[in-house]
Design a binder for this molecule. Sequence first.
Ligand code: BGC
Length: 362
Amino acid sequence: MSHMRFRRVATVTSLLLASTVVASGCGGSSGGGGPKIAFLLPENQTPRYESADRPYFEEDVEKRCEDCEILYNNATEDPSKQQSQAEAALTQGAEVLVLDPVDAASAAAIVEKAKAQDVPVVSYDRLIENADVDYYVSFDNERVGQLQAESLSKKLKENGSTSGPIVMISGDPADSNAALFKKGAQKGFESAGVDVAKEYDTPEWSATNAQNEMQQAITALGKSGFNGVYAANDDTGGGAIAAMKSAGINPEEKPTTGQDATVAGLQRIVAGQQYMTVYKAIKPEAEASSEIAVALAEGKPVKAKITDKVDNGKTQVPSVLFEPVAVTKENINQTVIKDEFVSADELCTGPYAKPCEEAGIS
Ligand code: BGC
């Protein structure tokens, strides 16, 4: 997440798009003259979108197609905003939509509009359900949940609390990925014999909602009524850890999971407050999507290596799925640092310098 951005911001020509861009405060278009590619991301609270997905995608499109123009927008968790952003991109003449849906179900309406204009749609990271999607690029998302559960179950066993119980803080129910993470995790806990004392879904994936959920769990179960926390990503994990701290619980004693290998999540891992995260290499995900999008926009054959077919309720979507990796303090060096996803400099600032050194992170 430490690399340079190089975006040429072109003048927005359509009044319609201009108003959307101004209204959302976070849109933009880059490149120019050639085919237009819309890249529509769902939110900007989780750091990955603005600091990894977007720059990796833009850099790769630029490499493959110098005159392609990217119509970028972030829906900030609002499905109707995403709908207007997609419509604006179509009006603007987008040749392809690369869409990471806020709401897996309602995004089908966007796909219908696009298809009515012969514009192909690539479902990015989250699967759009019951729609005529052309391609899907993501990770093995059930495996993400499985890795979280396996890793937490192992730690609970080491701590002498094999059966938990744990609190489960899952993601946004409107996100198709959240259901897959939960499914994988539930299977993992079941086979390890870990009990779930309380379970929550977290609207909008927000850290504040997760903090409130954890607060409720602590009130209901008491400080010693649980031995670990399944949090679906680093933001919700951060919220859960904040709730434990304000209830006077030492988070080191309650191993907590996460996902995304955010700087904040990794720093908590280094400091011993969060147990693990799941690293998903965003670069290959963004690049496979860019490869597909550029080919579609230029009307050329898609050469990306299709690894799977995923059923979205309507069609078997040709998919490119990557493998997630479990990260604890022990393998930060060999994973996220080695991949230059995060640098040791970014991670090991201020109070984290010493624990980083102790953990041999450099
Ligand atoms: C993504 C995660 C992310 C979450 C919240 C999921 O669909 O796969 O990486 O943490 O959404 O934005």
